[in-house]
Design a protein around this ligand. Structure first.
Ligand code: MEV
Length: 439
């Protein structure tokens, strides 16, 4: 059992650790050394990580891998991926190589509009509210100038502000629904600052709007916040090739494979239980690049899944078809990403990842991330509709099982060789390791 503590955030890092160890790890003598062994010996670097969040006690490592050979719009990329799942980088690399030999990936940014809303309550006549909004709209934009000035210099800023009547959904509920262009920044701080300024201007001006009655003057701002649903910040990535070229393996008939592959996509279009797993596999690729490039994967996840449900039913994010003997496979997803601001200028590995990608613009990063998702889905469906997923998955998982049983380097070498010709299962690995140790 834990115990409450007040003023925890004000304790020094070492006092915080002492409290945790005393409270939760009385029986675990190695807890403190586990925490400390992940500290970076470079104190400045450690301090940088400590200051990303509150109450940092140590660092949580994820592997940063790279998937080479991604040809995207005729430009070759090696894509950085931060992820713990063993088969993801291998699958991305395999897909990249496959499509490199078939013309590569094409990607297009369809739109880049971001959204934010001021949610408020108004108890009165809508017509008067509309008049008030029309009269105040230029002032909303004008009073945000100190915030928007720099963004405007970069070609971004506020695109529009609309008044939306939501009273059919909730009594007295209205919104200022604003759209923004944030260029290479993800723009969360920019959007939220603009929205809070709109709310202030809006509320203050209502107090002196003559047509409002006493009650109507009292607009209640509930909250001002960006939306992570960005259906107008869209990117499309695609691959295509003649069906006859769709196999690099003699045991796979390309026509039969193409048909089965499309069936698998169609199932994910109509069956939510499958669509969720199908899209999860896509997010394996997307999140890994989003994380490696210092972007907010929770925002991306929330927006992407909302988009997958936009028809009222949760569906596949990828689509496939055969037309005139050509196999087409594509993805269309909303991605609000940044290549400046946030962690992008702070985290040394994020900076390195962006450099590896040739310092992409936000639009280029959207393309790269969408491609990573499409590639991941291609690899998953290819395995699922041919060998089954476990063969490749367990091969990659072999090292995790060996590490779990503290296999030595020699044992690892021998068992990796052994499992090149044997099926990897958890029990088969344990058995092989035990018999090696007995011998
Ligand atoms: C596993 O992380 C992802 C898959 O389940 C995706 C899929 O089923 O398409 C393999």
């Amino acid at each position: 059992m834990g115990k409450p503590i007040s003023g925890f955030s004000k304790l020094s890092k070492s006092k915080k650790i002492d409290w945790i160890v005393d409270t939760y790890f009385a029986k675990n003598k190695s807890a403190k050394s586990i925490i400390k062994q992940y500290w970076n010996s470079n104190e400045k670097l450690q301090q940088l990580h400590d200051e990303f969040i509150e109450n940092t006690i140590t660092n949580y490592y994820l592997p940063l891998g790279v998937a080479p050979n991604f040809l995207i719009n005729n430009k070759l990329h090696t894509i950085p991926m931060a992820i713990e799942e063993s088969s993801v980088v291998a699958a991305a690399s395999k897909s990249a190589k496959f499509w490199l030999e078939r013309g590569g990936f094409k990607a297009t940014v369809l739109s880049t509009t971001k959204v934010g809303q001021v949610h408020f309550l108004f108890d009165g006549q809508f017509e008067k509210l509309q008049d008030f909004f029309n009269s105040i709209k230029p002032k909303l934009i004008e009073e945000s100038k100190p915030i928007t000035k720099n963004m405007e210099k970069r070609g971004g800023g506020i695109l529009d502000i609309e008044l939306r009547d939501k009273t059919e959904d909730l009594q007295n509920y209205y919104q200022l629904h604003a759209t923004f262009e944030t260029k290479d920044a993800m723009g969360a701080n920019f959007i939220n600052s603009c929205l809070e300024q709109f709310a202030k201007t809006f509320k203050n001006a209502a107090l002196t709007f003559e047509a409002f009655s006493g009650e109507e003057k009292n607009i209640e701002i509930v909250m001002s916040i960006l939306s992570n649903y960005v259906p107008e910040c869209l990117v499309k990535a695609e691959v295509s090739c003649p069906v006859s070229e769709l196999s690099d393996d003699n045991s796979i008939n390309p026509e039969a494979f193409a048909k089965k592959f499309i069936q698998a996509v169609n199932i994910a279009e109509v069956e939510p239980f499958r669509a969720v797993t199908h899209n999860k596999g896509i997010m394996n690729g997307i999140d890994a690049v989003v994380l490696a490039t210092g972007n907010d994967f929770r925002a991306v996840e929330a927006g992407v899944h909302a988009y997958a449900s936009r028809t009222g039913k949760y569906r596949s994010l990828t689509h496939a078809k055969i037309e005139n003997g050509i196999f087409y496979f594509w993805i269309e997803i909303p991605l609000a990403l940044g290549t400046i601001g946030g962690l992008t200028g702070l985290h040394p590995l994020v900076k390195l990842s962006l450099e590896l990608l040739h310092h992409p613009t936000a639009k280029e990063l959207m393309q790269i991330v969408a491609v990573a998702g499409l590639a991941q889905n291609f690899a998953a469906l290819r395995s699922l509709t041919t060998t089954g997923i476990q063969e490749g998955h367990m091969k990659m998982h072999l090292m995790n099982i060996l590490n779990q049983f503290e296999a030595t380097d020699t044992e690892k070498t021998k068992l990796i060789e052994h499992f090149k010709t044997h099926v990897v299962t958890h029990s088969a690995v344990v058995e092989a390791l035990n018999s090696l140790r007995r011998a």
